[in-house]
Design a protein around this ligand. Structure first.
Ligand code: FE
Ligand code: FE
Ligand code: ZN
Length: 261
Protein backbone atom coordinates (compact mmCIF):
# COMPACT_ATOMS: atom_id res chain seq x y z
CA UNK A 1 0.00 0.00 0.00
CA UNK A 2 2.95 2.30 0.59
CA UNK A 3 4.01 2.02 -3.05
CA UNK A 4 0.48 2.64 -4.25
CA UNK A 5 0.32 5.77 -2.08
CA UNK A 6 3.52 7.05 -3.68
CA UNK A 7 2.17 6.36 -7.15
CA UNK A 8 -0.72 8.74 -6.56
CA UNK A 9 1.47 11.33 -4.82
CA UNK A 10 0.07 10.65 -1.34
CA UNK A 11 2.19 10.75 1.79
CA UNK A 12 -0.25 8.94 4.04
CA UNK A 13 -3.12 6.47 3.62
CA UNK A 14 -5.87 4.77 5.49
CA UNK A 15 -6.21 1.02 5.60
CA UNK A 16 -8.63 -1.46 7.08
CA UNK A 17 -7.10 -3.66 9.74
CA UNK A 18 -9.24 -6.54 8.51
CA UNK A 19 -12.21 -7.08 6.22
CA UNK A 20 -14.36 -3.95 6.72
CA UNK A 21 -17.48 -6.13 6.95
CA UNK A 22 -16.11 -8.39 9.61
CA UNK A 23 -13.84 -11.11 10.53
CA UNK A 24 -10.35 -12.30 10.69
CA UNK A 25 -7.20 -10.37 9.91
CA UNK A 26 -4.36 -11.63 7.77
CA UNK A 27 -1.17 -12.68 9.54
CA UNK A 28 1.50 -10.02 9.67
CA UNK A 29 4.63 -10.63 7.61
CA UNK A 30 7.51 -8.96 9.52
CA UNK A 31 9.61 -8.66 6.34
CA UNK A 32 6.78 -6.85 4.63
CA UNK A 33 6.43 -4.50 7.60
CA UNK A 34 10.14 -3.80 7.55
CA UNK A 35 10.07 -2.91 3.86
CA UNK A 36 7.11 -0.63 4.44
CA UNK A 37 8.71 1.17 7.39
CA UNK A 38 11.83 1.83 5.31
CA UNK A 39 9.76 3.17 2.43
CA UNK A 40 7.69 5.38 4.75
CA UNK A 41 10.82 6.74 6.40
CA UNK A 42 12.56 7.40 3.10
CA UNK A 43 9.56 9.25 1.70
CA UNK A 44 8.71 11.11 4.93
CA UNK A 45 5.22 9.70 5.26
CA UNK A 46 2.84 11.43 7.63
CA UNK A 47 0.92 9.47 10.28
CA UNK A 48 -1.10 6.59 8.89
CA UNK A 49 -4.71 5.99 9.80
CA UNK A 50 -5.97 2.47 10.34
CA UNK A 51 -9.72 2.00 10.23
CA UNK A 52 -11.52 -0.56 12.36
CA UNK A 53 -14.11 -2.77 10.62
CA UNK A 54 -17.59 -1.25 10.22
CA UNK A 55 -19.10 -4.23 12.01
CA UNK A 56 -17.26 -3.26 15.18
CA UNK A 57 -19.97 -1.92 17.48
CA UNK A 58 -18.89 -1.54 21.10
CA UNK A 59 -22.37 -0.36 22.17
CA UNK A 60 -24.45 -3.03 20.51
CA UNK A 61 -27.32 -4.48 22.52
CA UNK A 62 -25.97 -7.96 21.78
CA UNK A 63 -23.19 -9.36 23.90
CA UNK A 64 -21.72 -11.32 21.00
CA UNK A 65 -21.32 -8.14 18.94
CA UNK A 66 -19.75 -6.31 21.87
CA UNK A 67 -17.36 -9.22 22.39
CA UNK A 68 -16.32 -9.08 18.75
CA UNK A 69 -15.59 -5.36 19.20
CA UNK A 70 -13.35 -6.15 22.14
CA UNK A 71 -11.50 -9.09 20.54
CA UNK A 72 -11.00 -7.31 17.21
CA UNK A 73 -9.81 -4.07 18.78
CA UNK A 74 -7.49 -5.81 21.22
CA UNK A 75 -5.95 -7.78 18.33
CA UNK A 76 -5.73 -4.62 16.20
CA UNK A 77 -3.89 -2.77 18.98
CA UNK A 78 -1.34 -5.57 19.17
CA UNK A 79 -0.90 -5.49 15.39
CA UNK A 80 -0.65 -1.69 15.24
CA UNK A 81 2.52 -1.88 17.33
CA UNK A 82 4.30 -3.28 14.26
CA UNK A 83 3.99 0.25 12.86
CA UNK A 84 4.37 2.23 16.08
CA UNK A 85 3.05 5.72 16.65
CA UNK A 86 0.18 5.77 14.17
CA UNK A 87 -3.57 6.25 14.46
CA UNK A 88 -6.46 3.81 14.76
CA UNK A 89 -9.86 5.25 13.86
CA UNK A 90 -13.19 3.67 14.73
CA UNK A 91 -16.89 4.47 14.58
CA UNK A 92 -18.05 4.86 18.19
CA UNK A 93 -21.06 2.69 17.38
CA UNK A 94 -24.84 2.58 17.37
CA UNK A 95 -26.71 2.18 20.63
CA UNK A 96 -29.62 0.46 18.84
CA UNK A 97 -32.36 1.71 21.13
CA UNK A 98 -30.51 1.47 24.43
CA UNK A 99 -30.14 5.24 24.56
CA UNK A 100 -27.21 7.59 24.08
CA UNK A 101 -26.09 7.48 27.71
CA UNK A 102 -25.94 3.68 27.80
CA UNK A 103 -24.10 3.71 24.47
CA UNK A 104 -21.50 6.15 25.72
CA UNK A 105 -21.01 4.07 28.84
CA UNK A 106 -20.42 0.88 26.81
CA UNK A 107 -17.97 2.59 24.43
CA UNK A 108 -15.96 4.03 27.32
CA UNK A 109 -16.01 0.60 29.03
CA UNK A 110 -14.51 -1.01 25.96
CA UNK A 111 -11.81 1.65 25.66
CA UNK A 112 -10.94 1.29 29.32
CA UNK A 113 -10.40 -2.43 28.78
CA UNK A 114 -8.33 -1.86 25.62
CA UNK A 115 -6.07 1.12 26.23
CA UNK A 116 -2.77 0.50 28.00
CA UNK A 117 -0.37 3.23 29.17
CA UNK A 118 2.51 1.93 27.05
CA UNK A 119 0.74 1.61 23.70
CA UNK A 120 2.11 3.91 21.01
CA UNK A 121 -1.09 4.01 18.96
CA UNK A 122 -3.57 6.84 19.36
CA UNK A 123 -7.15 5.62 19.08
CA UNK A 124 -9.46 8.04 17.27
CA UNK A 125 -13.21 8.41 17.65
CA UNK A 126 -14.69 9.39 14.29
CA UNK A 127 -17.22 12.22 14.15
CA UNK A 128 -20.39 10.63 12.77
CA UNK A 129 -23.40 11.84 10.77
CA UNK A 130 -25.84 10.81 13.49
CA UNK A 131 -27.81 8.46 11.26
CA UNK A 132 -30.01 5.96 13.07
CA UNK A 133 -28.83 5.52 16.65
CA UNK A 134 -25.22 6.41 15.91
CA UNK A 135 -23.18 7.90 18.72
CA UNK A 136 -20.73 10.65 17.78
CA UNK A 137 -22.95 12.95 15.71
CA UNK A 138 -22.58 15.56 18.46
CA UNK A 139 -19.24 16.80 19.75
CA UNK A 140 -20.67 16.55 23.28
CA UNK A 141 -21.04 12.78 22.92
CA UNK A 142 -17.39 12.39 21.96
CA UNK A 143 -16.41 14.62 24.88
CA UNK A 144 -18.37 12.40 27.27
CA UNK A 145 -16.61 9.29 25.99
CA UNK A 146 -13.19 10.93 26.41
CA UNK A 147 -14.13 12.09 29.92
CA UNK A 148 -14.96 8.53 30.95
CA UNK A 149 -11.75 7.01 29.64
CA UNK A 150 -8.98 6.76 32.20
CA UNK A 151 -5.94 6.84 29.90
CA UNK A 152 -7.40 9.56 27.71
CA UNK A 153 -4.06 10.76 26.33
CA UNK A 154 -4.22 7.71 24.01
CA UNK A 155 -7.59 8.87 22.71
CA UNK A 156 -8.42 11.53 20.14
CA UNK A 157 -10.83 12.44 17.36
CA UNK A 158 -10.86 12.15 13.58
CA UNK A 159 -13.14 14.68 11.89
CA UNK A 160 -14.96 13.54 8.75
CA UNK A 161 -16.14 16.51 6.65
CA UNK A 162 -19.09 14.61 5.15
CA UNK A 163 -20.17 13.34 8.56
CA UNK A 164 -19.95 16.66 10.44
CA UNK A 165 -21.92 18.41 7.74
CA UNK A 166 -24.53 15.64 7.64
CA UNK A 167 -24.67 15.89 11.42
CA UNK A 168 -25.71 19.54 11.08
CA UNK A 169 -22.46 21.44 11.65
CA UNK A 170 -22.32 24.23 9.06
CA UNK A 171 -18.78 23.92 7.72
CA UNK A 172 -19.98 25.44 4.42
CA UNK A 173 -20.82 28.89 5.80
CA UNK A 174 -19.20 28.87 9.20
CA UNK A 175 -16.14 26.65 9.40
CA UNK A 176 -14.61 28.98 12.00
CA UNK A 177 -17.70 28.68 14.18
CA UNK A 178 -17.70 24.87 13.93
CA UNK A 179 -14.01 24.67 14.84
CA UNK A 180 -14.59 27.06 17.76
CA UNK A 181 -17.37 24.80 18.95
CA UNK A 182 -15.15 21.75 18.56
CA UNK A 183 -12.48 23.52 20.56
CA UNK A 184 -14.90 24.56 23.30
CA UNK A 185 -16.53 21.13 23.63
CA UNK A 186 -13.66 18.72 22.94
CA UNK A 187 -10.50 20.77 22.47
CA UNK A 188 -8.67 21.10 19.16
CA UNK A 189 -5.61 19.44 20.68
CA UNK A 190 -7.67 16.23 20.56
CA UNK A 191 -8.08 16.45 16.78
CA UNK A 192 -5.52 14.18 15.11
CA UNK A 193 -6.79 13.51 11.59
CA UNK A 194 -9.28 14.54 8.92
CA UNK A 195 -11.43 12.51 6.55
CA UNK A 196 -11.86 14.67 3.47
CA UNK A 197 -15.11 13.81 1.71
CA UNK A 198 -17.82 15.71 -0.08
CA UNK A 199 -21.41 14.82 0.81
CA UNK A 200 -24.24 13.69 -1.44
CA UNK A 201 -26.68 15.29 0.98
CA UNK A 202 -27.30 18.74 2.46
CA UNK A 203 -26.13 19.72 5.93
CA UNK A 204 -28.13 18.12 8.72
CA UNK A 205 -29.42 15.25 6.60
CA UNK A 206 -27.97 12.52 8.88
CA UNK A 207 -27.30 10.34 5.84
CA UNK A 208 -23.56 9.61 5.52
CA UNK A 209 -23.21 9.22 1.76
CA UNK A 210 -19.82 10.37 0.53
CA UNK A 211 -19.36 12.22 -2.77
CA UNK A 212 -16.29 12.99 -4.83
CA UNK A 213 -14.53 16.25 -4.00
CA UNK A 214 -16.43 19.13 -5.58
CA UNK A 215 -19.36 16.94 -6.64
CA UNK A 216 -21.44 17.17 -3.49
CA UNK A 217 -23.15 19.68 -1.23
CA UNK A 218 -19.91 20.83 0.39
CA UNK A 219 -18.26 21.78 -2.88
CA UNK A 220 -14.66 22.51 -3.73
CA UNK A 221 -14.57 25.81 -1.84
CA UNK A 222 -15.53 24.28 1.50
CA UNK A 223 -13.03 21.45 1.12
CA UNK A 224 -10.27 23.90 0.19
CA UNK A 225 -11.18 26.01 3.24
CA UNK A 226 -10.84 22.92 5.42
CA UNK A 227 -7.42 21.83 4.16
CA UNK A 228 -6.09 25.38 4.39
CA UNK A 229 -7.58 26.32 7.75
CA UNK A 230 -4.78 27.48 10.06
CA UNK A 231 -6.21 25.42 12.93
CA UNK A 232 -6.18 22.25 10.83
CA UNK A 233 -2.80 22.61 9.15
CA UNK A 234 -0.53 19.63 9.45
CA UNK A 235 -3.22 17.07 10.16
CA UNK A 236 -3.19 13.96 7.96
CA UNK A 237 -5.97 14.20 5.37
CA UNK A 238 -7.58 10.97 4.20
CA UNK A 239 -9.84 10.78 1.14
CA UNK A 240 -12.79 8.38 1.43
CA UNK A 241 -14.49 9.45 -1.76
CA UNK A 242 -16.11 6.97 -4.17
CA UNK A 243 -13.13 6.54 -6.48
CA UNK A 244 -10.67 4.09 -7.93
CA UNK A 245 -6.95 4.78 -7.67
CA UNK A 246 -6.87 7.13 -10.70
CA UNK A 247 -9.71 9.17 -9.19
CA UNK A 248 -7.76 9.55 -5.95
CA UNK A 249 -4.70 10.60 -7.91
CA UNK A 250 -6.74 13.36 -9.58
CA UNK A 251 -8.25 14.53 -6.29
CA UNK A 252 -4.84 14.61 -4.61
CA UNK A 253 -3.42 16.62 -7.48
CA UNK A 254 -6.34 19.04 -7.37
CA UNK A 255 -6.13 19.48 -3.59
CA UNK A 256 -2.37 19.86 -3.60
CA UNK A 257 -2.69 22.64 -6.18
CA UNK A 258 -5.15 24.46 -3.89
CA UNK A 259 -3.07 23.93 -0.78
CA UNK A 260 -1.24 26.97 0.50
CA UNK A 261 1.66 25.76 2.59
FE1 FE B 1 -15.26 5.80 8.98
FE1 FE C 1 -14.85 8.76 7.55
ZN1 ZN D 1 -18.93 7.91 6.14
Amino acid sequence: MGKQALEINADTFQFFTRNPRGGKAKDIDPEDVKRFLELAEKNSFAKLVAHAPYTLNPCSGTEKVRNFAFTAMEDDMRRMEYIPGNYYNFHPGSHVGQGTEKGIELIADLLNRIITPDQSTIILLETMSGKGSEIGGRFEELREIIDRVEISDKLGVCMDTCHVSDAGYDIINDLDGVLDEFDRVIGLEKLYALHINDSLNPAGSHKDRHARIGEGHLGMETIVNVINHPKLKGLPCILETPNELDGYAREIEMLRSEYTA
